[in-house]
Structure formats: structure tokens, C-alpha cells
Ligand binder design. Structure first.
Ligand code: AHM
Ligand code: MG
Length: 307
């Protein structure tokens, strides 16, 4: 967590400078549009990998930005490092050039192969239930690190002047109900019948319920964080063109699901917990829903007709 905290400060500094780089770009000195965005993705990836691989604790890293996993010190048979890290270094990065919140998501497992040997794919393809820690960083109006080690969820806010994290949100609990739904509804024509029925339910009001508010940033971390604190549901379903949805099981869904569960919230792939899925490949995608516990249950009841 120390290493993650240090890498967060570096990435935070670079993300905050992105607007300044843009100013220079506009006067023609640097071609930033598109390129800067890609640079920040790669910079975040590089920063987390370099920072974590220098610690005597991580034996392997898998990143959304890398084709395959990285084995650390694989030729050093004295390597006693026990943990593997899976990371989405800069999630929602298309939001950077419009100054909207982005995030980092990470997940930590104990390796399953013997200590001292090079890591293998089995060390990374573990069920989400095996996570020993997971968290995210939100680079927002303030920068926060939110994580769990399986004993509740705590949120730390970065004091940028001092470079220190403060426990600003101890023992976060997600409200059991909420009134916000977060989805890219532009794809609705390609969603299943059950999901479209649920979206109609979200927008309908009656004596017991006002229509839900639609809130969608397009950065998973920002949408999840808001719903975690205020109550709500985030949806990234499968569609006619994305049969498995868009989000990655190992870098996005599992860590967020672990945090949701630890905060008393709900999470699902539409049928059951994503934490119980046996992964088959590093960049596997799954439909993903997470939010207030009762909202996720309600959604699952609508999705039953899709079977
Ligand atoms: P990325 O990892 O390429 O940034 O994609 C993940 C992001 C999520 O943060 C966000 O919720 C989703 O993609 C938005 O997708 P869409 O533009 O289809 O709504
Ligand atoms: Mg991502």
C-alpha cells in the first residue's frame, strides 16, 4: 500500500498538469490532442509497475495496458515475494482531455505457485473471492485512495500540499437503497429485453417511488464512488455488439465488486456475483452491475427473463 500511495502521488501530479500541457499544445509547441492522453495512460502504467516492482513484496503484475503479465525477479530464486498485482492504471482515460475525473483500479492476490519460482498465469487467473486487497484512486475534485483488505472499506484523501493521505472516510457503508442509475443508455437499442424493462422501471414514478436520477460520468471509478457514498446503481451490460459487455473482470469488476461487498453493497454479472467467476483469460470481459444492495437485487429480478 505504501508503494501504491507513492505511485498515486506521481500519477496525480501528472494528471493535474494535463491541462497545462494542453495550453502549450494550443500555441503549437506540442502536439497533445490524443497523444497526451495516450502518454498519460502509459505514464500511469509505467509508474505503477516501476514503483511496485522495486518493493520486496510483489512477484508479478498484470496490467490492462500490457498484453501479458510481468514476472518480477523471475530469475532470482531467493525471491520471497508473495503477492501479485492486477491493475487498470488509468481508467476512463478518454475523460482526461475534458478535465473529468479518471481513476486507477487495483487488485492484489497471494500467489498460488511456490514462492521462489517464476509466476505463472495461474497466479493471476484467480477468482475474485481470493483477493487479499483491492482499491481504487479517484483523481477528482480531490484525490482519494479507497481500499479494502477484507475488513471494511476506508477512504483516504490526499493533502496535495503535504503529500500525505488522511483517513477522511473511515468504514464506508453503501446505502442499501438509492435513487440514481448510471449507464450509457445510448446503447439501449442493443440491450436485452430484461435490461430495457429495468430502465423503464428506473424512469417510472408511482406513489412509492420517484423516477431515478440518471448520472453517468463514463469513468467507472467516478460513477462507482458517487453511488458508493450516496446510493445508486452502475450498469455496464452486454449488448448486441458487446456480447460480454465492456469491462474487464480482473482489472475492473473484481476489485470494484470486492469493495462493494465490503461496504455492504451489491454486485453481479446479471446472474450472480462476479467474485465467483473462474477467469479463463487475463483480459476477459463480463457484464457488470454494482451498487446499493436492494437496487442490484431488483435489477437481477428483471434480468431473469433474458435467460
Ligand atoms: P477504459 O478502461 O478503456 O477506460 O474503459 C472503461 C470505461 C469505464 O471507466 C467506463 O465506465 C466505461 O468505460 C465507459 O464506456 P462507454 O463509453 O461505453 O460508456
Ligand atoms: Mg479501464
Amino acid at each position: 500500500m505504501n508503494g501504491i500511495g507513492l505511485a498515486t502521488k506521481i500519477v496525480n501530479h501528472e494528471v493535474n498538469k494535463a491541462g497545462l500541457v494542453d495550453l502549450i499544445g494550443e500555441v503549437g509547441e506540442i502536439n497533445v490532442q490524443g497523444e497526451a492522453q495516450q502518454k498519460l495512460d502509459l505514464m500511469a502504467n509505467h509508474t505503477f509497475i516501476e514503483t511496485l516492482s522495486k518493493r520486496e513484496i510483489v512477484c508479478g503484475i498484470a496490467s490492462e495496458e500490457e498484453d501479458s503479465f510481468i514476472s518480477i525477479n523471475s530469475f532470482d530464486m531467493q525471491n520471497k515475494n508473495k503477492y501479485v498485482l492486477l491493475i487498470d492504471p488509468l481508467d476512463g482515460s478518454s475523460n482526461i482531455d475534458v478535465n473529468v475525473s479518471v481513476g486507477t483500479i487495483f487488485s492484489i492476490y497471494r500467489r498460488v505457485t511456490p514462492i521462489g519460482s517464476p509466476v505463472t498465469i495461474e497466479d493471476f487467473l484467480q477468482k475474485g473471492r481470493n483477493q487479499v486487497a483491492a482499491g481504487y484512486i479517484i483523481y477528482g475534485s480531490s484525490t482519494m485512495l479507497v481500499f479494502t483488505t477484507g475488513k471494511g472499506v476506508n477512504g483516504f484523501t490526499l493533502n496535495q500540499a503535504l503529500g500525505t493521505f488522511y483517513l477522511s472516510h473511515p468504514n464506508i457503508k453503501q446505502p442499501e437503497d438509492g435513487a440514481m442509475y448510471s449507464i450509457n443508455e445510448g446503447n439501449a437499442d442493443f440491450f436485452t429485453t430484461g435490461l430495457n424493462n429495468y430502465l423503464r422501471y428506473c424512469k417510472a414514478g408511482d406513489d412509492d417511488k420517484m423516477p431515478y436520477k440518471a448520472r453517468y460520468v463514463g469513468s467507472l471509478v467516478a460513477d462507482f464512488h458517487r453511488n458508493l457514498l450516496k446510493g445508486g446503481i452502475y450498469l455496464y451490460p452486454k449488448s448486441a455488439f458487446d456480447r460480454q459487455g465492456k469491462l474487464r473482470l480482473l482489472y475492473e469488476c473484481n476489485p470494484i465488486a470486492f469493495i462493494a461487498e465490503q461496504a455492504g453493497g451489491g454486485e453481479s454479472d446479471g446472474k450472480g456475483s462476479v467474485l465467483d467467476i473462474e477467469p479463463t483469460e487475463l483480459h476477459q470481459r463480463v457484464p457488470f452491475f454494482t451498487g446499493s444492495k436492494n437496487m442490484v437485487k431488483k435489477l437481477e429480478s428483471f434480468l431473469k427473463i433474458d435467460d
